[in-house]
Design a protein around this ligand. Structure first.
Ligand SMILES: *Cc1c(COP(=O)(O)O)cnc(C)c1O
Length: 382
């Protein structure tokens, strides 16, 4: 028996359950995706503003930035290129002058910040549906941790009342997303801020991965839309989705930034991104602030699709451009998504354990390049 058998057996189990994953080859042209010479409307994209497909922007950018390909080390050694500081300054301005700090990815950011901030006298209260990167960050930390029911602020309040006066707890960090990946629904940021203000040990951590670029007049996220930028202690997000780049960011107090530079392990012990990526993110960040039209279009098609999906009898909790169609059992989701792919719509099934039992779904992720008439055909096919 070889040492590899253990891993092969685990793969066989996944195959039997229909849960085995593989990379697929695909080619992308704007909102279209081709797999095995089948062309489909891409309804599984993170390119929410359609920025990744704009080749004229890439040409303009490359003419200006030819010398920035290589990185060399962590920013604390010799890797702190001007592009980093320039972009952090440019991020700080629209975010009310608060400090900004960049990371190599959203995943790095979430697994790094929480362990640096929390010690054994910290309690983390996390929404039941937060992204795996935050779960991993919490697990790497020394904090005690409790999940509250998804978007249930009365449950959260009960937990705050239960733990707040415990002398073993110095601080409580509430961790949530603003728009949730699987349900496409939103956290009540006003409610969370109000709750935080009733307790003096509480800090708020909000991940805007699906909202940056998409929400707010300038695309700064739900925190801009609901005017709470200054009330969120740790406002984080990724450049890997709507901004068609790579990297993560934190908006916070100057003191927190200085503290993380001294304590956050993924920031200290990993080579920083090549400056060209940071310069590209900066370029995209400036450009996307003027994309009000695309943001409006995206909200419009999302609302209409949701109404039509509900009208034909499906459950749909979404209030954003992420529109799940909850069909129930895994087999139904797999079969339905195959059928829709045959009809020319690239839609992925999402099954337990990623989502709760009996809530398998088709996850539609809309982008601003998609027209309403494309979606009318989708609803017919459903
Ligand atoms: C995608 C995502 C991340 C990870 O961001 P990357 O930049 O892709 O590593 C983190 N948090 C949430 C909520 C996400 O959806």
């Amino acid at each position: 028996m070889s040492l590899l058998d253990h891993y092969q057996n685990a793969l066989d189990v996944l195959k039997k359950q229909g849960n085995h994953r593989q990379f697929t080859h695909n080619q992308q042209q704007g909102q279209w995706l081709t797999i095995a010479s089948k062309r489909m409307l891409n309804l599984s994209s993170n390119d929410y503003l359609g920025l990744a497909g704009k080749s004229e922007l890439k040409q303009q950018f490359l003419q200006q930035n030819q010398s920035l390909m290589t990185s060399s080390s962590s920013r604390l050694l010799t890797g702190n290129f001007d592009e980093y500081t320039a972009f952090e300054q440019a991020l700080s301005n629209p975010f009310a002058g608060r400090a900004a700090l960049l990371f190599n990815s959203g995943y790095h950011m979430n697994i790094g910040i929480l362990p640096a901030l929390a010690n054994a006298k910290t309690l983390i209260l996390a929404d039941k549906l937060v992204h795996a990167s935050m779960i991993d960050g919490i697990r790497l930390s020394q904090a005690k941790y409790v999940r509250y029911k998804h978007n249930d602020l009365s449950h959260l309040k009960q937990l705050l009342e239960k733990y707040h006066d415990n002398t073993d707890i110095d601080r409580i960090i509430i961790v949530t997303e603003s728009i949730f990946s699987m349900d496409g629904d939103e956290a009540d940021l006003h409610g969370l801020v109000r709750l935080k203000q009733q307790f003096n040990k509480v800090m708020l951590y909000v991940d805007e991965a699906h909202a940056i670029g998409v929400r707010g007049e300038r695309g700064l996220g739900c925190a801009e839309q609901y005017a709470v930028i200054e009330h969120i202690d740790f406002l984080v997000g990724t450049f890997g989705k709507a901004l068609a780049s790579v990297g993560g960011y934190l908006i916070c107090d100057e003191i927190i930034k200085a503290y993380l530079i001294n304590t956050m392990r993924p920031l200290i012990f990993s080579t920083a991104l090549p400056p060209i990526n940071v310069a590209w993110t900066h370029f995209m960040f400036e450009y996307m602030q003027g994309m009000q039209k695309q943001r409006q279009h995206l909200q419009q098609i999302a609302q209409q699709l949701k109404q039509q999906v509900i009208a034909i009898g499906y459950d749909c909790p979404s209030s954003s451009h992420l529109v799940p169609i909850i069909v129930g059992e895994s087999e139904q989701a797999v079969q339905k998504s195959r059928q829709l792919q045959d009809a020319g719509f690239y839609i992925m099934p999402v099954r337990p354990p990623t989502v709760p039992k009996h809530q398998a779904r088709l996850r539609i992720s809309l982008t601003a390049s998609i027209a309403m008439r494309d979606l009318d055909q989708l609803v017919d096919a459903l």
